[in-house]
Each structure stands twice: as C-alpha cells, then as structure tokens.
Design a protein around this ligand. Sequence first.
Ligand code: ZN
Length: 195
Amino acid sequence: MQHLSHPVTRVVPISLCERNGQLHHVLRKYKDSPNWQVRAQLSVQVAALMARFLATHRSCIQRAASGTWEALTVVPSSQQGTGPHPLEHALSLISGWDEILVTTLRPGAAQLGHQQADDHGYEIVVGVAGRSYLLLDDTFTTGARLQSAASALRLAGAHVVAAVVIGRFVNPEYCAELLQTAKTDRYDFAPCCLE
Ligand SMILES: [Zn+2]
C-alpha cells in the first residue's frame, strides 16, 4: 500500500484460500483449465459464491463504508488475453441480479508483481470520474494488483467504496496456526468479517 497514492483500506474476503486446497483449485482452474467443461462448471461456482455473498452482505459493506456503489468492476487479470476477464465472464452468467458490471481498467505502463504495486499498473478505459465502484477480484495474495487498480481508479476521480475478494490466499507454511483455528469452524455464509 505504501507504493500507492490511493489504496483502498476496506478489503472484504469471502473466505481464506489455502494453497492447494479446494477453493484454490476452483479459483485457478475456472480460468486456466485446458478443459472448457471444467472452466464452465467452475465459473458457475465462482459466480454463485460472489453473488450469494453480495446478496447476503451488501448492507454490511455499505454500512462499514458509509456509502454505496453504482457498479461493480473487476481487477484485470495478469494472464488476461483479449477477451473479458474470467470473473467478468463468470458474473455475466448470473441472471436476475441488479448489479451493474463495468469494465474500467486494462493493464497500464508499469509492471506489476506480487511485491510491486504501482499507480500506473492499470489505465482507465471509460469515464469513471465522480462514479462509485465496488472493486472485485477472485484471489487476494499480497494485494499488489488489487491496490494498484484501486489507486488508478481513485486517481481518475472515481470513488472505490470497498473491495471484495473471493479467496484470501494463505500459505500453510507461514500461517499454520491461523489455518488450524479457521478450520475448527465449518464455513458459514451468514457471518462476514465486517460483523
Ligand atoms: Zn456481513
């Protein structure tokens, strides 16, 4: 965050994501499985996770942020080709929810890495000034990409209300105790980290 002028301080993870665990598998393979049927099936799971969480905890995020958003926007992926982001594609599979999804960013001039965040890591592709967004990503590791995206949006005059990520990546080598504690309770959609 110290590399950036406007990181977002409110980051809401849906779940911890253990390295090589089931959620880690889902969040990787919905994007890069060579089998399109696997990608399709896992994309539905990813979209359902995000949609259910937002439906349940939208008001918690709004309360914590003292504000709301006009649209959702997704952090561009590092291996993204020319098509839409896999998360954007997955969310577009959901019918009957009233969230608006807008593509606001593409990779910019500065190189990004796990330890390298930069205000110029992304550039803006639509008018965002004066608009408010909820920033979404599938996996949060160091946050360098997500925070670079948040900062680019803020520098262009947008308000980033908060960020929601599906999996907060955890390496068991460094966080064995945290994981052990987390695993004593079954996953439950009812509470969130803002409560
Ligand atoms: Zn909540």
